[in-house]
Design a protein around this ligand. Sequence first.
Ligand SMILES: Cc1cc2nc3c(=O)[nH]c(=O)nc-3n(C[C@H](O)[C@H](O)[C@H](O)COP(=O)(O)O)c2cc1C
Length: 144
Amino acid sequence: MTFILLYFFSGTGNTWWVAKTLAEKLENRNIETQLVNIESKDEELTKTPDMIGIAYPVYGSDYPVNVGEFVEGLPDVDDINCFIITSILGFSGDGALTLEKTLKDKGYNLKQAVNFRMMNNIKLPCSDPDVQRGRSGEDQRSHW
Ligand SMILES: Cc1cc2nc3c(=O)[nH]c(=O)nc-3n(C[C@H](O)[C@H](O)[C@H](O)COP(=O)(O)O)c2cc1C
């Protein structure tokens, strides 16, 4: 049976949801998938993967720093296929592809990279109803 190791980092949950949903769908197709949070120190890897996936939120059209460090620390392999999934708010740029060379240098062949546009989870202070209540537009603008 094909075994996929799906590493993920998620700041606020969007990428976790995408990665978890993909893992469930792969399992439904009899593709064994282990979901591994890169921030968790005690995840035990069960066996050598046939393929790896890396999931992360796009930050500034790029990968988050900790994801880059994690990939740098992956073991060198001899020709393993991999894929990348990202979650984005609206515009990825090359954010799903900027790890390609690092992965290739380590022996991982990037076969597919997909961005998933997710719901907005950014909260600005001026969108707080308590702040808005009782203030004219001009007051609000001068406050912020
Ligand atoms: C520092 C930072 C930079 C971001 N840069 C981008 C960006 O360049 N393009 C984009 O579409 N979304 C950007 N986002 C939004 C996140 O990628 C998006 O909300 C993502 O779904 C968050 O995933 P998470 O819940 O797994 O952390 C950025 C978010 C943060 C915190």
